[in-house]
Design a protein around this ligand. Structure first.
Ligand code: ATP
Length: 366
């Protein structure tokens, strides 16, 4: 159950700084995911940790030992990749005992571990099956078991559920986390699916252009992102620009144009500061009773996806916003061009200093 520590790790490919001065500690027994736009350096990060590549600068420690010069095989890491790489001509049992066999372990040493893994993934009855006889989800569970039979205590998962269909993917998330926790492993999981990252992890790392932008537990990252990029990348958010009109104790009143004002629970600003306000689409409520701030506008688009109604509206200051409502709530019938009023609680509004390079640059995913 090793701790993983990166100190000032940088990896360049020509002019591209794929990992730019990364400092990070993954604690013993922690499940950590890495998310970020394509090309932000996620794969480079795990390649650095696993030893597939060497950083140009910085140190990597696993369980307190400097591993920069340690080979891939000797880092005690189990890998699971997106493309389920089981050996097709080998049974489940042969696949999961392959690693120990290559290492020259005796059957006496390997078999109890392999049996334990099979039991954990509930595949004891299918140990003689070939990969082609198993569903994608079961094949991937076998790949996890194979990664762990050599007694790896650090598990690196690169898009492990990416090739599976949505329902299986969602089920396997919980099994994967449970397995990691039951065995007391440390896991580092890369994914394009931020919902997967949020539901499976103790902490999530958000990367952008080779750097770590923010690290936090899933709830804090969603409800209190420290910067605009995270607020935008993790989930969905509305961003509006405004000017601080009034400050009192821990509240500030912000003008967002055309006389529209929002009271927010954020006092770290000065009057006349230019700011960005953000709120999640589902934190806008439609109620008969006024709650917090009210904003009115015209509905410009309505979309229903399963149990969620997603409504685009244009505020009187011209700004477009999106709100989401769970169906089953009384007011879920929305009609194009209707005028609606939404309520947003001050504590659900995030406030950020207006970025030096402008809001669009800050929101850009490239
Ligand atoms: P994706 O989500 O698309 O897999 P990523 O976040 O994993 O992307 P990396 O694969 O780590 O990103 O790449 C980071 C940057 O380094 C990218 O600009 C990529 O083009 C560049 N890069 C990665 N590997 C190499 C390489 N072998 N040679 C040159 N450039 C590379």
């Amino acid at each position: 159950m090793p701790e993983v520590k990166l100190v000032n790790v940088t990896k360049r490919y020509g002019n591209i700084v794929a990992n730019d001065n990364i400092n990070l500690t993954i604690n013993d027994g922690e499940y950590v995911s890495v998310i970020g736009p394509s090309g932000c350096g996620k794969t480079t990060l795990i390649k650095n940790i696993s030893g597939i590549i060497k950083p140009d600068e910085g140190e990597i420690y696993i369980a307190g030992n400097l591993v920069n010069e340690v080979s891939i095989e000797d880092r005690g890491i189990g890998y699971v990749f997106q493309n389920i790489a089981l050996f097709p001509h080998m049974t489940v049992w042969e696949n999961i005992t392959y690693g120990p066999a290559v290492k020259g372990w005796s059957p006496e040493k390997t078999n109890p571990l392999a049996l334990e893994m099979l039991e954990l993934i509930k595949l004891s009855a299918r140990s003689d099956a070939y990969p082609s006889e198993l569903s994608g989800g079961t094949q991937q569970k076998t790949a996890v078991a194979r990664a762990l039979t050599s007694r790896a205590e650090l598990l690196i998962l690169d898009e492990p559920l990416g090739a599976l269909d949505v329902k299986v993917r969602t089920e396997l998330r919980y099994e994967l986390r449970k397995l990691v926790k039951d065995l007391g492993l440390t896991a580092l999981h890369i994914t394009h699916d931020q919902e997967e990252a949020m539901s499976i992890s103790d902490r999530v790392i958000v990367m952008k252009r080779g750097r770590i932008v923010e690290v936090g537990n899933p709830i804090d990252l969603y409800t209190k992102p420290k910067n605009i990029f995270t607020a935008n990348f993790v989930g969905e958010a509305n961003f509006l620009t405004g000017i601080i009109l009034k400050i009192s104790d821990d509240e500030s009143l912000i003008e967002i144009g055309d006389g529209l004002r929002l009271l927010t629970k954020n006092g770290n600003y000065n009057v006349n500061d230019r700011v960005v306000v953000a709120f999640r689409p589902e934190f806008a409520y439609i109620t008969h009773v006024k709650m917090g701030n009210t904003l009115s506008g015209i509905i410009t688009e309505v979309m229903y996806s399963g149990n969620i109604g997603r409504v685009r509206m244009k505020l009187s200051n011209g700004d477009p916003i999106v709100i989401k409502m769970a169906l089953g709530i009384k007011n879920h019938q929305f009609h194009l061009n209707d005028n609606i009023t939404i309520n947003i609680l001050p504590e659900n509004i995030l406030v950020y200093p207006y970025p030096e390079k402008g809001l669009e640059m800050e929101l850009a995913l490239e």
